[in-house]
Write a protein that binds this ligand. Structure first.
Ligand code: BGC
Length: 770
């Protein structure tokens, strides 16, 4: 039933609009519309399999090994392409893509088209908010539109695969890549991941504006020890199954036809050498018939590094001794396509002769790759839908830009608003201050695709469009330099503070744009602190001293530790990295044209020492109590709670969520029931509320998380209006995986909580019958 609900909740804007117009009851289960996006590839599969087999029967061993090879732009030569290279990543120049494809389909012996791939993660040229921001929207349409336009713009230059969605659940805010997925919750990641897959692929990814999706990184890459990227992960089977695998399953169920295996080792087994994960679970249990690509040199990294010879290329995990063994392990464990390193291609023939790999397995990998190429329609349409000279005109079209602006404002979270400082009055004189105020570069976030800094409308310009004459002072400069540098984060000097203070004094109100640079998030960008970099807190206090009303707008790719900020900043708006329309979207929210309705998709700690801290933690025998000694607490933090809980977010209006009711008090293990709540706008402005439903199983053979999100719906209500939201619950909601990987449903009581954050306290219970 959860599969069904995941799909129901990503139903397209059309359905949502119809329901919104109808008002009244929003049921989270609508079957006819979900079918609109069911993959239709099945009908063509018989024919495709025949064509794949015919092609394989004509291929030499070397041509098969070339198909398995996936190379980045800088390694590709025309000779490689003539030899039958399978896939290429990270070329975005449409003329180069076209020429390489021409060589492939005209000059290679079998004329097999190349699959061109790219990281279109939150937009190709029209950059949307980072996925963590989209997670905060709690709106599948935001994730859907991001990839609808991302796929369209990517396809125009000749790309046909994207390495997205990233669905790595993470409880690790130090990790820079927490920016790339929807945060700490498996359910939210599942719903938004499925929406992204459907937007990328549509019903049939041979469509000229669609790509094949590649959820990544299989698996548990989001939980590296100490938050350092690529680092080891160790976890129980039940954790893996209950927290980290569900978004991958949801993405596969939504039709994703390729998957990327991860760099990290889990329980000592590296992602791209993990037979259990790729062969048994993904290809076996889940019936995945697409292909798995290894992440960048991840196949080579399986091997041990030889002592004292640093120049032997990627290595490190040490689960095999050398390159040939790494190739054999990866292929046998389920990698079908090797990215950047070339070990399968280099040693395939030798390994086959030695009996360490089989021709059956090579054929299987090639079959999977060709199957995807056929499904992608590459044999019929190897080239982009428009000629290279026409590609630029397809970028940043008004519908895409408008969607990016809407996505950015829907992703913003109003963390606090003491005294109702926000919204500001645009007719008053506004000062825009801070290192991120007049900044194009950082607004794009860590995966800017083919986006350009010059495409970005800055916060200052966005504010000026709505509050003409707004003034500006930078205060201090953040650093975009890569470490090692003496000042890796920047904003180390207060030389600009006096000017900032004078600018604030001369205005009626201040928008203070603080946060991180885009280089501080994303791949290889872990931080050892969650504080505002540099002396930004001091800048904030200097602005506070002026006595002017002000609001802090934060730009960042991870939860920050804002303990030193909350007392001094009356209003805090979390804007993440909003993309090309950063300025207009910030202005929309700051001046109240858009009422913020986002919610935190990740817990914000008080300070780093609380990490990992997440709402869906397991209970302990010594629950935290700040006033007790022998309990699970930090003795130097006078509280057990984070600063802002998962699901938290304010609005310029007020809401009441009430009247939680269940359709039954007992349910059979295979049965289902409905939980309904009423949400009412009790304030004076139109606004959005995210109704959230959580479950807890208080008595289970494996101690269950204190709360688990199992349903949400973002609704828009006019003042005085109310609506009933209904969620359907079944065994996928009240069951769980055990430590042998078995899904079990145990009889007993289940507690249901509903409200507008993970600390909602309205509760009812039902019983699962034996
Ligand atoms: C990243 C992947 C990405 C790939 C190709 C790797 O370093 O881990 O997420 O898709 O590069 O750019």
């Amino acid at each position: 039933m959860r599969r069904f609900r995941v799909r129901a909740s990503i139903i397209l804007p059309v359905l949502a609009l119809v329901l919104a117009a109808a008002g009244g009851v929003v049921a989270a289960t609508q079957s006819s519309d979900e079918q609109a996006l069911q993959p239709i590839r099945q009908q063509a599969d018989g024919d495709i399999e025949r064509r794949v087999n015919a092609l394989i029967s004509r291929m030499t061993l070397q041509e098969k090994l070339e198909q398995i090879q996936l190379l980045p732009d800088f390694m590709v030569t025309e000779e490689e392409v003539r030899n039958g290279l399978g896939s290429v990543l990270s070329v975005t120049d449409p003329a180069r893509i076209r020429e390489l494809q021409r060589i492939a389909v005209e000059e290679s012996r079998l004329k097999i088209p190349i699959l061109f791939a790219f990281d279109t993660i939150h937009g190709f040229r029209t950059i949307f908010p980072i996925p963590l921001g989209a997670g905060a929207s709690f709106d599948p349409r935001v994730a859907f539109n991001d990839h609808k336009f991302g796929a369209r713009e990517s396809a125009v230059v000749g790309l046909k695969q994207t390495y997205a969605p990233m669905v790595d659940v993470s409880h690790e805010p130090r990790w820079g890549r927490i920016a790339e997925a929807a945060g700490e919750d498996p359910y939210l990641n599942s719903v938004l991941g499925a929406a992204r897959v459907k937007a990328i692929q549509g019903r049939d990814y041979s469509a000229r504006d669609k790509l094949v999706a590649s959820p990544k990184h299989l698996v548990a890459y989001g939980q590296p020890e100490s938050g350092r990227d690529y680092n080891t992960t160790d976890m129980s089977e039940q954790r893996l199954r209950n927290f980290y695998l569900p978004p991958f399953k949801a993405a596969i169920d939504a039709g994703a036809d390729t998957v990327m295996c991860s760099f990290n080792a889990i329980n000592g087994v590296p992602g791209c050498g993990n037979d259990d994960m790729m062969n048994r679970i993904l290809k076996g249990e889940w019936g995945f018939d697409g292909f798995v690509e290894g992440d960048w040199t991840a196949v080579a990294e399986l091997r041990a590094c030889p002592p004292k010879t640093p120049d032997t290329g990627p290595c490190g995990h040490g689960v095999v001794a050398d390159g040939p063994a790494a190739a054999a392990l990866a292929l046998n464990a389920g990698v079908d396509s090797e990215m950047t390193s070339t070990l399968i291609r280099d040693f395939g023939a030798q390994l086959l002769a030695q009996g360490r790999i089989s021709i059956r397995r090579i054929d299987d990998a090639v079959r999977r790759i060709l199957r995807v190429k056929f499904r992608a329609g590459l044999f019929e349409h190897p080239y982009a839908p428009v000629t290279p000279d026409k590609a630029e005109a397809e970028m940043l079209k008004p519908d895409a830009v408008a969607a990016a602006r809407k996505a950015a404002s829907r992703s913003m979270v109003l963390l606090q608003n003491k005294g109702g400082i926000l919204p500001l009055d645009p007719a008053k004189k506004t000062a825009v201050i801070g290192p991120l105020a007049n900044n194009q570069h950082d607004m794009l976030g860590p995966w800017w695709g083919a986006g350009r800094d010059s495409d970005v409308v800055t916060v200052l310009d966005g504010i000026r469009q709505q509050s003409p004459g707004a003034t500006f002072a930078e205060g201090c400069k953040l650093s975009n330099a890569e470490p090692p540098t003496t000042d890796p984060e920047g904003c180390g000097s207060d030389a600009g503070f006096a000017e900032a203070v004078a600018t604030a004094r001369a205005a009626d109100q201040v928008v203070l744009a603080l946060g991180e640079t885009r280089e501080m998030s994303g791949e290889a960008a872990s931080r050892s602190t969650l504080d505002l970099p540099g002396r930004q807190e001091e800048l904030l206090r200097a602005i506070k001293e002026t006595g002017k009303p002000f609001a802090v707008v934060l730009f960042n790719g991870r939860p920050l530790a804002l303990e030193g900020v909350v007392d001094d900043a009356p209003a805090i708006l979390e804007a993440w990295f909003p993309g090309v329309q950063a300025g207009p979207a910030v202005a929309d929210v700051v001046f109240g044209n858009v009422n913020p309705g986002g919610k935190l998709p990740v817990t914000f700690p008080r300070r780093l020492g609380q990490v990992p801290i997440y709402y869906n933690h397991e209970p302990t025998g010594r629950p935290c109590d700040p006033n007790q000694k022998y309990v699970s607490r930090h003795r130097d933090i006078p509280s057990c709670s984070p600063l802002f809980v998962f699901g938290h977010g304010l609005s310029y209006t007020t809401f009441e969520v009430s009247d939680l009711r269940l359709s039954a008090s007992t349910v059979s293990r295979n049965g289902s029931l409905q939980a309904s709540v009423t949400v009412a706008n009790t304030g004076r402005r139109k606004g959005d509320e995210v109704v959230q439903l959580y479950l807890h199983d208080p008595v289970a053979s494996i101690s269950q998380p204190v709360r688990r999100l199992r349903g949400f719906e973002r609704v828009t209500l006019s003042p005085g209006a109310s609506r009933t939201v209904t969620f359907t619950l079944d065994k996928s909601d009240f069951g769980f995986y055990d430590n042998r990987g078995k899904f079990i449903v145990e009889p007993g009581r289940i507690d249901v909580y509903a409200g507008n954050s993970s600390s909602a306290d309205m509760t009812r219970s039902f019983t699962v019958r034996a």
